[in-house]
Design a protein around this ligand. Structure first.
Ligand SMILES: Nc1ncnc2c1ncn2[C@@H]1O[C@H](COP(=O)(O)OP(=O)(O)OP(=O)(O)O)[C@@H](O)[C@H]1O
Length: 245
């Protein structure tokens, strides 16, 4: 089922068209990739989906509902969570405390409170283990390596139990082994019925975990398809993969 639809999204900053009539979809139960050269408009499109950037034109729909005019916190309450390229954790709090804050916020603001919802401390412990943060749980967030801080961002986003998870370059700073288990985790998250939309420069990871991939170039979607289809596309080769992979 299609959960997210971005339809004909255009964003202009003065004379610069950062995103030009771009459309893409992300389905529940799938990992969808968004790739493209630097400056292609990937982060701007993420910002439009989460409500940080108002589009010049276009529509964002979540489960069929037009959320284009909704504020960021309203979208979060509808099940959208994201991580940022720039790290956003509270530096002086420990890794565990950072996740706990997110779990507490979710508990307070979730639109529908399920009877099975677990206590924030329990949710936190489970996520720390699941994302692989055990060894760092008691360290202040600003003392952990960048890759680990990105996993912390992911744990904080998961504390919101999102239907749609947006990840902006989540694997940068991870070792090869960490990237491998990170990819497995993404597949698991999709297996739980979530829609995962990922911006990533690591092509091996994208090709391994994505069900579908969208390629942005100068703000336009130049290809969408399975990883194999996108990899074989001559336009994509010329614009991106020929130099990046
Ligand atoms: N607030 C802004 N004001 C003016 N121009 C902007 C603004 N934000 C982004 N841009 C421009 O819009 C274009 C798209 O930028 P964006 O950051 O979305 O690309 P990106 O694909 O995420 O790049 P990267 O891979 O380097 O993160 C770029 O030309 C950028 O300079």
């Amino acid at each position: 089922m299609t959960l997210l639809e971005a339809v004909d999204v255009t964003v202009r900053f003065g004379g610069v068209t950062a995103v030009g009539a771009a459309s893409l979809a992300a389905a529940a139960g799938q990992v969808t990739g968004l790739i493209g050269p630097n400056g292609a408009g990937k982060t701007t499109l993420f910002n439009v989906i989460t409500g940080l950037q108002r589009p010049t034109r276009g529509t964002i729909r979540l489960a069929g509902e037009d959320i284009t005019g909704r504020a960021t916190h309203e979208r979060a309450r509808r099940g959208i969570a994201r991580t940022f390229q720039r790290l956003e954790a509270f530096g002086s709090l420990t890794v565990r405390e950072n996740v706990l804050v997110a779990a507490e916020i979710h508990r307070r603001h979730a639109l529908r409170r399920s009877r099975r919802q677990q206590a924030p401390a329990r949710v936190t412990d489970r996520l720390i283990e699941r994302v692989g943060l055990d060894a760092y749980a008691d360290r202040p967030a600003d003392t952990v390596p960048t890759g680990i801080a990105r996993l912390l961002e992911l744990a904080r986003a998961l504390a919101l139990d999102p239907r749609l998870l947006l990840l902006d370059e989540p694997s940068s700073g991870l070792s090869v082994a960490e990237t491998e288990s990170f990819g497995d985790l993404l597949r698991e998250l999709a297996g739980e019925g979530r829609a995962v939309l990922i911006v990533e420069h690591d092509m091996d990871l994208i090709m391994r975990v994505c069900d579908r991939v969208n390629v942005l170039n100068f703000g336009a979607v130049i290809a969408s398809g399975t990883p194999a289809e996108v990899r074989a596309d001559a336009g994509v080769q010329a614009a991106y993969l020929g130099t990046a992979a």
